[in-house]
Design a protein around this ligand. Structure first.
Ligand code: COA
Ligand code: MG
Length: 292
């Protein structure tokens, strides 16, 4: 993932699109991605207003280089048709669909986005929050090769409810591993679920660190106080960047020309480590370029 289209998604902040104060505040927050929510965070009476606010926000240049995503209501709700018509016609960076379950859902959504006039560059993001989605995850991810599907977003509040499980992250680790494996197998992005207790920075940091170890690109967030922690944890550390530069420099040394494996600081270093190092440097560059 060293291509020029790579962009950081360390911090993906949800906000109810009905909350105009939050929409305003988001213009100044250092989140990589803003997710204007029309679904669970918006009461039924506020759905129309939220949809209008989100559509207006997509065009608002005050959001700068932030990636703008709209989470629409579920496919089986009375708001879905209108959400898709309006949101697709306004072409945000991505449309996020909740509660998908099957590869057919992805196929139908891609057809629907074309019909509703979404420009080709509008990506399809989906929530992975239903048991059936976890069971079908490889088939779902495979469609990324042939459609707008680019990104999985985990939703453990819904998954816990559906599993009748408690909110214990340990229980979700198999689902996390499976989802990341499927996403990476097909070149997709994958973003972790939210941390509900926004007054607990230590707990959030621990969860971000665990998510980074698993391989997630970033975390979905619910409150501005969570942004800085996610931005730090999911960015490559100075130490990691220095290590990556040393690997690139060593492989570029004419003495090592054509070698597949070399020794750096007493450690076996292969071409695959060179590719990882290049990705680390590209990520650091993209973060610097985003200027947040
Ligand atoms: N995005 C942008 N701004 C936000 C925000 C968010 N998610 N959450 C809070 N803010 C703003 C508030 O509007 C307030 O702004 P102000 O300084 O202009 O008054 C400021 O940050 C401080 O907010 P605070 O008083 O601490 O929180 P709150 O009680 O207003 O809101 C929540 C708490 C949980 C209701 C709110 O954070 C929220 O709605 N989060 C998102 C929920 C969501 O989208 N869920 C769906 C996905 S799980
Ligand atoms: Mg959900």
């Amino acid at each position: 993932m060293t291509d020029a289209s790579f962009r950081p998604r360390r911090s993906c902040l949800y906000m109810p699109a009905s909350n105009e104060r939050a929409l305003e505040k988001a213009k100044t927050l250092p989140a990589d991605t803003i997710i204007f929510d029309l679904e669970d965070a918006v009461a039924p009476d506020a759905k129309d207003q939220a949809r209008s606010n989100a559509c207006a926000a997509i065009y608002n240049e005050e959001y700068g280089s932030r990636e703008l995503v709209v989470r629409v209501n579920g496919m089986d709700t009375p708001w879905f048709e209108k959400d898709m018509e309006r949101v697709c016609a306004n072409s945000p960076d991505a449309v996020l669909i909740p509660k998908v379950q099957t590869a057919k859902d992805i196929y139908d959504l891609a057809v629907r986005m074309d019909k509703d006039g979404a420009k080709p560059e509008v990506a399809l993001w989906v929530m992975i929050e239903m048991p059936l989605a976890i069971l079908n995850i490889a088939e779902i991810a495979a469609l990324a090769k042939h459609s707008r599907l680019t990104t999985f977003v985990m939703g453990f509040n819904d998954l816990a409810k559906e599993m009748r499980a408690e909110q214990d992250r340990l229980l979700f680790t198999p689902a996390m591993a499976q989802t990341i494996m499927a996403a990476r197998a097909y070149g997709m992005n994958v973003i972790d679920s939210v941390y509900n207790d926004f007054n607990d920075p230590d707990g959030l940091k621990q969860e971000c660190e665990q998510a980074r170890k698993f391989g997630f690109d970033g975390k979905t967030l619910i409150h501005p106080a969570q942004i800085d922690i996610a931005n730090i944890v999911f960015a490559p550390s100075d130490e990691k960047i220095a290590e990556a530069r040393a690997i690139v420099t060593a492989f570029a040394d004419p003495e090592n020309a054509g070698k597949g494996v070399i020794t750096i600081d007493g450690k076996m270093t292969e071409i695959l480590h060179l590719r990882q190092a290049e990705q680390t440097i590209a990520t650091a560059r993209a973060i610097a370029a985003a200027g947040q």
